[in-house]
Design a protein around this ligand. Structure first.
Ligand code: AMP
Ligand code: MG
Length: 350
């Protein structure tokens, strides 16, 4: 049976620590625990235990060739499982850890092949979320944890969705409230002294530039899975995030031109239509028969990133046939948002 535990990240009490100790014991025994992080929820297992890691792949229906990110709570843990960390990698750790970023490093054999899909590297992340940190610290082992969602679905950011998908499949679910960032970590790998962003996230190319790094976005960042070329990060070749509805991403035009474009284009379709749009645009859709799903203010990309997966899931819950999504500017966290939306739309872009 799955036990659900509620903890307030900003006020972790002694009794919460006692509960976290039970979760940590469960991880050490080789069982699964779902826990909150600042990006999305993770479904965790001991990264030192091949059998435990296999349970994650089974619970998610995740393809075996898609490696897991390993979560740590200390620099010591990184050195226990990785080697040959160069100056640039060390500077990334010093600058951005703990935080919403995964750094690909050379792995020691203590991490079983199954965790990394037999790659000789491993993705390392030190979450900033206090509940996640405490859990890993108490378990005192690195914790492999991909996003808590059935493979192909948007990553889990809301506890109700997570309970729906994983109740009875894991030992514990720790409810830490809605995920603050809402999109997964920035995945980076240093190649020839350049920070390659394999998957964009909250920590953006601008953040790396400001900190003095040479940085490059992967060539597949704005490609749909139908058109990706050879990928550095196996996860990037899989279909992801797409609702059942025909999903159309509206990239062209400025703010208000997007509204006009949608209103013109939707005349082509019958069926239940939804618009995932900016709060400021809701008023323009009042006069027609569409369901308006507010993704946040056009001026607040962090609010949009927080809402994006929950809103994509709502499109399915409301049985929408056609869904338009207003695109955002490709800068800062907007790069991560557009990367996910291009994949969700399966390349239907106007
Ligand atoms: P998730 O844990 O569901 O957020 O997905 C993890 C992402 O990190 C996937 O896109 C993986 O392909 C990527 N990843 C994990 N480990 C590695 C690695 N060693 N090399 C390249 N990409 C990785
Ligand atoms: Mg995932």
């Amino acid at each position: 049976m799955t036990q659900i535990i509620k903890i307030n990240e900003n006020d972790i009490k002694n009794q919460d620590i006692e509960k976290l100790k039970k979760c940590a014991e469960s991880l050490k025994k080789g069982n699964l625990v779902i826990f909150p992080t600042e990006t999305v929820y993770g479904i965790g297992a001991s990264a030192l235990d091949e059998k435990a890691a296999k349970k994650i792949f089974i619970a998610k229906g995740r393809p075996n060739d898609n490696p897991l990110i390993v979560h740590v709570s200390s620099i010591q843990m990184i050195n226990d499982i990785c080697y040959d960390i160069n100056n640039i990698e060390q500077k990334i750790i010093d600058t951005f850890f703990p935080g919403p970023i995964t750094l690909i490093l050379k792995r020691k054999n203590i991490i079983p092949d199954y965790v990394t899909a037999s790659l000789d590297t491993v993705g390392i992340r030190m979450p900033e979320n206090k509940i996640a940190q405490k859990l890993i610290e108490l378990a005192n082992i690195p914790v492999a944890a991909p996003s808590a969602n059935i493979s192909g679905k948007p990553s889990g950011t809301l506890i109700d969705d997570i309970i729906d998908e994983f109740d009875t499949k894991v030992d514990y679910i720790i409810d830490g409230g809605i995920s603050k960032i809402g999109v997964e970590s920035t995945v980076v790998k240093v190649i020839d002294n350049v920070v390659n962003i394999l998957r964009p996230g909250k920590i953006s190319p601008e953040d790396f530039e400001k900190a003095g790094f040479l940085v490059k976005l992967d060539k597949n960042t704005f490609k749909s899975v139908e058109t990706v070329e050879k990928v550095e990060s196996p996860g990037m070749k899989y279909r992801h995030y797409a609702p059942k509805a025909k999903t159309i991403l509206v990239e062209s035009g400025n703010d208000i031109q997007k509204v006009k474009l949608i209103k013109e284009d939707l005349k082509k379709y019958n069926g239940k239509i939804a618009v995932m749009g900016f709060k400021e645009h809701e008023k323009y859709f009042k006069d027609i028969n569409v369901e308006f799903l507010n993704i946040g203010s056009v001026n607040d990309l962090l609010e949009i990133s927080k809402n994006i997966f929950t809103t994509l899931r709502k499109v399915d819950k409301d049985n929408i046939d056609i869904c338009y999504i207003e695109g955002v500017e490709k800068k800062g966290i907007g790069i991560a948002i557009m990367n996910r939306l291009i994949r969700a739309s399966g390349g239907n872009i106007i």
